[in-house]
Ligand binder design. Structure first.
Ligand code: ATP
Ligand code: MG
Length: 543
């Protein structure tokens, strides 16, 4: 038997050993009312990963019992995002596939005196439900006969009643300590067009009634959900027992993933899109899977993260830096290195012959020696980053300064002789000599220099737009502060710089390490753009 990595696998191993189950069948159950986000990735990894580990099956199950909020666009996006993570479902099923069965089981409950049609309004139902310390009050409609209930329920189905005029409630126990068992509503009237069943239905089952039945119909053995459904488990079990469904699934709850600086509610993400605060669901700053993909986050890094954080039974918040750590780790091993300067300043190598171009070898990825080298060129004029030159250098400044030395990555050591400024004192040109004997790998110059900087050849570099990103959400100033007050409207920082010509010829969507800058993904929709995936500096401190 497979060794258990978490409490869910402990449960499964126990059941397999006792012969309570003979296979593992899970499902990932999104409601198609928005795009998937990084929290869903946790649930995806758990559902698909567990099935995979036990050689079982995992369905993609669309919980589409809420017709007014659901759209086919979301269904398609969800499928695309799951495939991007590399998961394959056994079957796609929709709650709406089972509307007939769910309806017939409601009828069965009515006939057995276990459900009744209630005329109380939603407010009245809430008011008579009682509290944690007080029992609820029985509805005056609770003792309708099965015959009367059946007739009314059929009329609900036929469209005789308006939205909210009547509901079907399970007849359980108005004084149960668990409020979910105080005659919960299991069907409501809703005259809304459904994205799949159109106008066939004007009554829709409630989640708590539909979900266990759909799980059972699909042969789900373990219905994994988040902790807020723990109190609903007795109702889940009540439905399984009292509808008499043959296959009996089991609900298991785990803790939701929460991440600092990250919004994880579809409702709020949707608001960001609708308000135009972001360019769309796939804006690279969005924590949606579409956003992460667009940003260049490798799916493997996301899966490694989900695996490492494990499966908890208590809610907690994970540092966003911990997620970034996995992204950086993956890209550090995989991404090709390249050079770009974000704030270019010209450097003239005064002793480099005019008109001469020399070809050098650039290490593609020091972590992957098999990746080898590719040619880069240097000539008399190059660009370096403004940040790498200081007019008034602080102590221990190892980048370029007057009379100082610095190494150009994979090229030569240069010495700054002089620089030119404009009327504002801004440096416009730096004049250097290069040391021909200091060629990287065969340096005989005898000069020890501590700094190495990136550069590009002015003769062949390409203009590039570089976008750096901040978090969409600032840290909370106090507990429970609303997301809307934490919005960071200044979260894109754009630079116009230069990159090696290789960047222009590389395929669209390719990820690079821009040396000494960070990990970036190339896109070409708006000219040549490099968008930040993650910075180089690891903010994660294992503690
Ligand atoms: P949201 O609150 O963002 O709308 P949801 O729970 O309503 O999320 P569903 O579409 O119902 O979203 O979720 C599909 C599955 O993903 C559910 O099993 C849900 O429990 C799980 N899930 C959603 N958010 C998280 C999260 N942050 N961490 C782990 N699992 C999650
Ligand atoms: Mg939901």
């Amino acid at each position: 038997m497979a060794e258990a990595k978490n409490f869910i696998e402990d449960i499964i191993n126990g059941e397999l050993a006792e012969g309570k189950v003979s296979e593992v069948h899970t499902r990932f159950p999104p409601e198609p009312n928005g795009y998937l986000h990084i929290g869903h990735a946790k649930s995806l990894c758990l559902n698909f990963g567990t099935a995979e580990k036990y050689g079982g099956k995992c369905n993609l199950f669309f919980d589409d019992t809420n017709p007014s909020k659901e759209k086919t666009e979301y269904v398609e996006a969800i499928e695309r995002d799951i495939r991007w993570l590399g998961f394959e479902w056994y079957e796609i099923r929709y709650a709406s596939d089972f509307f007939d069965v769910i309806f017939s089981l409601a009828v069965k409950l009515i006939k057995e005196g276990k459900a009744y049609v209630c005329d109380l309004s939603a407010d009245e139902i809430r008011e008579t439900r009682g509290t944690l310390t007080e029992p609820g009050k029985e509805s005056p409609y609770r003792n309708r006969t099965p015959e009367e209930n059946l007739e009314l329920f059929m009329q609900m189905k036929q469209g005789v009643f308006k939205d909210g005029e009547k509901v079907l409630r399970a007849k359980i126990d108005m004084s149960s300590p668990n409020i979910n068992l105080r005659d919960p509503v299991i069907y409501r009237v809703l005259h809304a067009e459904h994205h799949r069943t159109g106008n066939k239905w004007c009554i829709y089952p409630m989640y708590d009634f539909a979900h266990p039945i759909c799980d059972s119909m699909q042969g789900v053995t373990h219905s994994i959900c988040t902790l807020e459904f723990e109190d609903h488990r007795p109702l889940y079990n009540w439905v399984v027992e009292n509808t008499g469904v043959e296959h009996k699934p089991r609900q298991i709850e785990f803790a939701r993933l929460n991440i600092t600086n990250t919004v994880m509610s579809k409702r709020y993400l949707k608001k960001l899109v609708e308000d135009g605060a972001v360019s769309g669901w796939d804006d690279p700053r969005m924590p949606t899977l579409a956003g992460l993909r667009n940003r260049g986050i490798p799916p493997e890094a996301l899966k490694n993260f989900c695996e490492e954080i494990g499966v908890a039974k208590a809610n907690s918040e994970i540092e966003v830096a911990y997620f970034e750590h996995f992204v950086r780790d993956y890209l550090n091993a995989e991404a090709e290195r390249t050079m770009a300067v974000l704030s270019p300043v010209k450097v003239v190598l005064t002793n480099f012959p005019e008109g001469k171009t020399e070809t050098l070898s650039f290490d593609v990825n020091p972590n992957k020696p098999e990746a080898g080298t590719r040619p880069i060129t240097i000539s008399r004029e190059i660009y370096i980053d403004r940040e790498d030159f200081s007019v008034c250098p602080p102590p221990k400044y190892f980048r370029l300064k007057k009379d100082g030395y610095v190494r150009l990555k994979n090229a030569y050591i240069i010495k700054c002789d002089d620089y030119v400024t404009d009327e504002n004192g801004e440096v416009t040109e730096i004049r250097c000599t290069y040391l021909p004997q200091s060629h990287s790998g065969s340096d005989t110059s005898g000069i020890k220099c501590k700094g190495t900087i990136q550069w590009v050849n002015a003769a062949d570099c390409v203009p590039v737009t570089v976008n750096k990103y901040d978090y969409l959400l600032k840290d909370a100033e106090y507990p429970g502060q609303d997301f809307s007050e934490r919005m960071n409207y200044d979260s894109v920082h754009t630079f116009r710089g230069y990159a090696e010509p290789y960047v222009a010829s590389a395929e669209d969507g390719k990820s690079f390490q821009l040396m000494r800058v960070g990990y970036y993904k190339k896109s070409t929709q708006n000219g040549l753009v490099l968008g930040e995936i993650v910075s180089l500096k690891d903010g994660y401190r294992p503690g």
